[in-house]
Design a protein around this ligand. Structure first.
Ligand SMILES: Cc1cc2nc3c(=O)[nH]c(=O)nc-3n(C[C@H](O)[C@H](O)[C@H](O)COP(=O)(O)OP(=O)(O)OC[C@H]3O[C@@H](n4cnc5c(N)ncnc54)[C@H](O)[C@@H]3O)c2cc1C
Length: 477
């Protein structure tokens, strides 16, 4: 008999399974889809020979995850590729802002704001490994209280407030584009935290991609899990918790909406009511392109970047995100683009390329954003449309059909309101536990939230090991 069952094989489900198996607990992972990986899958979505990251593509959090960096994932095929520039944020004229691993080089691209950028981001970038342990965690007594207090001071601010210190357009626009990953308006408190996390991780490990595609991350986790004795079943959607009654621990890499559905009457009313207050955020409209050549960027620096944020000035980024927050569709959205085939030859036939991109839309939107997304790319790469060989488009409903955790196309598994930055999915000291004995939550709707880092899985597994098996575990053990 299996001691623990993990439902869902996203990076958090697999991370939880690895932590349990590493502690000597027998584990079975059941995945509803035909393949493992959740939001970390790579598929041939367009033409033969072109492979595309269906969801996650760029991995500063995975490459610097306190958990993943302790696991032998490179021995199981995971290889990071770091593009020369992590991120480029182009403008209609003049040089783009750029984020590089070297913080001095980054600051030098920010004109008059050089010293102000170094003062804001430098302390977190220099101590990112220490900060990651406290920032990628539920509320707890911090290991580095002074550093975390400083991070909290800036992180709790809105981007609007954080960039008011800058005088040049480059730093403001770049930070706004980075914060855009949280899919919230620039006036929201707490947005500073995400911008500082992604910038600091970038200065520590770059914004790398995985050779062969993002599935290499979850394939490596699965391969390591199997060496530890774990088992994985695909095409095995859980329809009711009652199916797993014999397991000592059940860990759900399942979004709160579906936790309520699967659990039926098992959840006490107060907990169900609390879960039903959990709020989902806006969705995304995702596009993958097969291209006959490299994107004809106007600025040569764009060709050296793994990721690009296309929207222009701070005001243009902020305006687009504010429109989405109002439940409408921006005419000129912030478009987030990655060009993995420029740095990884396995992604496309020789001489040809792939491009990955999305923009934010209201939750459940049915509006076709393809023309607006391509217009933003054309703005910075005239002639782009002429090199498109094929497109694969996923509006919110298509994303959710592939993975039920993407409710209404929300890729963060819940909105990043100030409350839900700290308390996910409910207000609870141990948020990965539930009031039901043996039942734990490990999806990105728990702290520390979205992104490929496996830390939600680690904290859920740690709680299950402690409460069900009497085993104490730490990140490195
Ligand atoms: C378009 C897009 C772009 C993204 N880009 C990035 C990026 O560049 N970098 C980054 O770090 N993150 C990115 N993310 C976010 C990242 O993919 C997620 O935060 C991460 O995958 C969450 O991991 P998870 O394990 O919590 O859930 P998921 O990865 O969503 O996995 C959940 C799994 O559980 C399975 N499941 C659900 N219900 C059941 C059930 N009842 N029975 C059995 N199985 C079930 C699902 O099929 C799925 O496989 C992106 C996401 C999307 C959608």
């Amino acid at each position: 008999m299996t001691d623990a069952v993990v439902v869902g094989s996203g990076p958090n489900g697999l991370a939880a399974a690895v932590v349990l198996a590493r502690a000597g607990v027998s584990v079975l992972v059941v995945e509803g889809a035909a393949t493992i990986g959740g939001g970390t899958r790579t598929e041939a979505l367009t033409l033969p020979g072109f492979v595309h990251d269906v969801c996650s593509a760029v991995h500063p959090l995975a490459a610097s995850s306190p958990l993943f960096t302790t696991l032998p994932l490179h021995e199981h095929g995971l290889e990071w590729i770091e593009p020369p520039l992590a991120l480029v944020h182009p403008f209609d004229d003049g040089p783009p802002a750029r984020l590089e691993r070297d913080i001095d080089a980054t600051a030098s691209s920010l004109g008059a704001d050089r010293e102000r950028y170094l003062a804001l981001v430098g302390p977190f970038a220099r101590q990112w490994s220490a900060l990651a342990i406290d920032a990628l965690a539920p509320l707890h007594w911090p290991a580095h209280p002074v550093l975390l207090a400083r991070f909290g001071f800036y992180g709790l601010q809105s981007i609007e407030r954080l960039v008011s210190r800058f005088s040049d357009r480059a730093a403001s626009a770049m930070l706004a584009g980075i914060a855009g990953h949280a899919n919230r308006p620039m006036s929201s408190a707490g947005m500073g935290a995400l911008a500082l996390v992604l910038a600091s991780a970038g200065h520590r490990v770059g914004w790398p991609i995985a050779r062969g595609g993002s599935r290499a991350v979850t394939d490596a986790l699965a391969s390591y899990l199997i060496t530890l004795g774990g088992k994985i079943e695909t095409n095995a959607p859980l329809r009711s918790l009652a199916e797993l009654a014999s397991a000592r621990a059940v860990l759900l890499d399942v979004t709160p909406r579906d936790v309520m559905r699967l659990a039926g009457d098992v959840l006490p009313d107060w907990y169900r009511r609390a879960l039903s207050r959990f709020r989902y955020g806006p969705g995304v409209f995702k596009v993958d392109w097969a291209l006959s050549g490299a994107v004809p960027w106007r600025s040569p620096e764009c060709a050296r970047a793994g990721t690009l944020h296309l929207a222009g000035s701070y005001d243009q980024v902020a305006a687009g995100e504010a429109v989405v927050a109002r439940g409408e569709h921006p005419e000129h959205p912030l478009v987030l683009v990655a060009q993995p085939s420029c740095f990884d030859a396995t992604r496309a036939p020789e001489g040809k390329h792939t491009l990955w991109g999305y923009c934010h839309v209201p939750n459940g939107s049915t509006v076709d954003m393809l023309p607006r997304i391509e217009a933003q790319i054309e703005r910075f790469a005239p002639g782009f449309r002429d090199i498109v060989l094929a497109r694969h488009v996923m509006p919110p409903a298509a994303l959710e059909a592939r993975n039920p955790n993407l409710v209404g196309g929300d890729i963060g598994d819940g909105a990043y309101t100030l409350r839900q930055l700290f308390f996910r999915p409910v207000v609870r000291w141990h948020p990965h536990t539930t009031p039901v004995r043996g039942l734990y939550l490990c999806c990105a709707a728990t702290p520390p939230g979205g992104g490929v880092h496996g830390m939600c899985g680690f904290y859920a597994a740690q709680a299950a090991l402690r409460d069900e098996f009497g085993i104490a575990t730490s990140i490195a053990s």
